[in-house]
Design a protein around this ligand. Structure first.
Ligand SMILES: *Cc1c(COP(=O)(O)O)cnc(C)c1O
Length: 224
């Protein structure tokens, strides 16, 4: 069930702070998504390419669609025609495939480098070192149909707020370092995607430009 009061409060906080709010609508049906759209929300995020490609035509076309979570290379084609921002650039092979599919659609697709900032086990996301190696890959800069617009990270799932804050501070510091060393002239390199239902307030204090919030807006997800 849509939590209207939560949504409206969060929307006014993000608007006042010039932070983008991506409403993470994964597992929710188009009718539910439309209810949040009707409250004024225009950025939605999904984590399954096929599911997203089925929902997109059923919903208003002024929605900005974001993709979060690991994207398999063979699924890129489903979202390449319309996706606005992929939060999970996590390998050169994937980024090459996104570039190829974007070119087929005469588009440039924006993405964020996903950085593994948490202590939780995860196969996905670059370490800080790997991210620099990725950016030092010469062939990356020949890709004309992708654009790296910033970084994304997921903090450790913990009650320890000081650990979460430290992880967000490090990600923001790394963003500042890359901005100087790789993207000085690139005005599009401007996003730090961090913060979810449990930690968006800390993330905003530490310089987040996009928060990705699901359950606070839509209620608990039912994976039945
Ligand atoms: C599901 C998901 C979110 C939203 O999580 P909530 O805790 O429901 O706000 C944010 N980011 C990513 C990458 C997700 O997969």
């Amino acid at each position: 069930m849509v939590k209207k009061a939560n949504y409206l409060a969060l929307k006014s906080i993000t608007d006042a702070n010039n932070v983008k709010l991506a409403a993470v609508s994964k597992t929710h049906d188009v009718k539910t998504i439309k209810q949040v759209y009707d409250l004024g929300q225009r950025i939605f995020a999904e984590n399954k390419a096929q599911e997203l490609s089925e929902k997109q035509p059923e919903l208003p076309n002024d929605i900005e669609w974001h993709f979060v979570g690991h994207l398999q290379r063979n699924k890129v084609k489903y979202i390449a025609p319309f996706v606005n921002l992929i939060h999970s650039f996590d390998s050169f092979k994937l980024v090459k495939e996104i570039d190829k599919e974007a070119a087929k659609n005469n588009r440039v697709i924006n993405g964020l480098l996903q950085i593994h900032i948490s202590q939780d086990e995860s196969k996905y996301g670059f370490s800080y070192e790997q991210a620099k190696e990725f950016l030092d890959t010469k062939a990356l800069w020949d890709l004309n149909n992708i654009r790296i617009s910033g970084l994304m990270g997921i903090a450790t799932l913990t009650e320890d707020k000081s650990l979460i804050r430290k992880e967000f501070q490090e990600l923001k510091a790394f963003y500042d370092e890359l901005k100087v060393n790789y993207f000085q002239e690139a005005s599009h390199f401007k996003e730090v995607s961090m913060g979810m239902t449990s930690d968006y307030d800390i993330a905003m204090e530490e310089g987040s430009t996009i928060i990705r919030v699901g359950s606070y807006i839509f209620g608990e997800r039912n994976y039945g």
